[in-house]
Design a protein around this ligand. Structure first.
Ligand code: MG
Length: 394
């Protein structure tokens, strides 16, 4: 069994994502991108120790950014350039490690198979890099007259896109690091090549993406299976004369409507509470108080839309909703499909993800006597961690 350690180069201050925090500590369903990358390395069962190079300000309080695991995770202060961070981290790699992997902090989806291929090839040949074949035709750009034009087409079969991990025997990485003192490089393999070593290409993985842009982060969040969270909502309104009956945004012909400050859409209210509840983002009463004139006679589907916006701002999305309407009359069945479609549109899901059922109360209580209509709703959401957004630690 080869002894493997890994270096995670997280020294950069890349703030291209505009979130005001380094991209490696951005949240992916309650766990930072950096921590997910570290976890992926440790979970492979091959890597014994991970040395993380953090920017100086983050390294001053490492436990805030990296979950401390004594003996397995070490934090060092990174350097000016990526290669300087790797050089500093290499000094903290345990002496018994035969192979050292260098991994980007922003590649949280690396698989065990890729880690194993890189480690085994590095052990056998000294240097290995995970890479994927170019699938698109590759053009070399050249400056034209005020434009960028094609200067040539590269033979695609020769083009590989380097990922991480990149793996090296200790001696090869030490030589690469020494060369890096006087040479600029974008990855460690480049330094190993320049130092005269043969670097083997091993099969990477398209899913082993590097999160660099806002679009990458969106994609990464969609790929991340966080916990699925459940919320419950309930609402009841009295029937009164002289108001229209609106349920789930659909106007339903009936001799009476529901009493309320807004349009009294009890389905919209219950579903809004279920969605907000699933993400612990508050409730209808506090977000849309009935003392606020803006919501007088308002279309309550707008409240639901505002709740869905809040959910999205927190990184979440609705998975499905189930609704029970309790009323003696009118019958819900004839309006079910219209209500499902209206809710699905606002929730941003397919109608398949929305269920609406009608029940009577068998003549019992106020709903049974036809004095009121009640709604129960359950919503599940994904993409929300178990810590509030922004408060994410490691
Ligand atoms: Mg209500």
């Amino acid at each position: 069994m080869i002894r493997v350690a890994a270096i995670v180069a997280a020294g950069g201050r890349g703030t291209r994502l505009g979130a005001g925090v380094p991209k490696q500590v951005l949240d992916l369903c309650g766990i930072s991108v950096l921590q997910r990358s570290i976890d992926a390395l440790l979970a492979a069962g091959l890597v014994e120790t991970v040395v993380v190079a953090l920017p100086a300000d983050l390294a001053a309080d490492p436990d805030r950014y990296v979950r401390p695991i004594p003996g397995r995770v070490r934090v060092v202060t990174g350097g000016e350039r990526r290669q300087d961070s790797v050089a500093r981290a290499l000094k903290a790699v345990p002496a018994e490690a035969e192979v050292v992997l260098v991994h980007d902090a922003a590649r949280p989806f690396v698989s065990r198979a890729v880690i194993a291929r890189v480690a085994e090839t590095a052990a056998a040949h000294g240097a290995a890099v995970a890479a994927v074949r170019a699938r698109d035709t590759v053009k070399r750009a050249t400056a034209g007259e005020g434009a960028v034009v094609v200067g040539g087409t590269l033979p695609r079969e020769e083009i590989y896109l380097a990922q991480t991990p990149q793996g090296f025997s200790r001696e090869v990485l030490a030589a690469a690091v020494r060369l890096g003192e006087r040479l600029e490089a974008t990855d460690e393999a480049m330094l190993a090549e320049a130092a005269g070593y043969r670097v083997h290409l091993v099969e990477g993985d398209e899913r082993n993406m590097k999160i660099t842009t806002a679009a990458d982060l969106e994609l990464a969040r969609a790929l991340t299976t966080g916990p699925v969270r459940t919320g419950i909502g309930y609402d009841l309104h009295r029937f009164v004369e002289g108001r229209p009956l609106v349920l789930g945004g659909v106007r339903i012909p009936h001799e009476r409507g529901l009493h309320g400050h807004s349009d009294a859409d009890a389905i919209a209210h219950a579903v809004t509470d279920a969605v907000l509840g699933a993400a612990a983002l508050g409730d209808v009463g506090t977000l849309f108080p009935d003392t606020d004139p803006r919501w007088k006679d308002a279309d309550s589907m707008r409240m639901l839309a505002a709740a869905v916006d809040r959910l999205r701002d927190a990184g979440g999305r609705v998975v499905n909703v189930d609704v029970v309407v309790v009323a003696e009359r009118p019958k819900i069945g004839p309006h079910r499909e219209a209500i499902r479609a209206a809710l699905a549109g606002v929730l941003g899901v397919a109608p398949m993800a929305v269920s609406v059922k009608g029940k009577t109360n068998e003549g019992v209580d106020a709903t049974g006597r036809g004095e009121a209509l009640a709604v129960h709703a359950v919503a599940t959401v994904a993409g929300i961690g178990l810590e509030p957004a922004g408060a994410t630690r490691a």
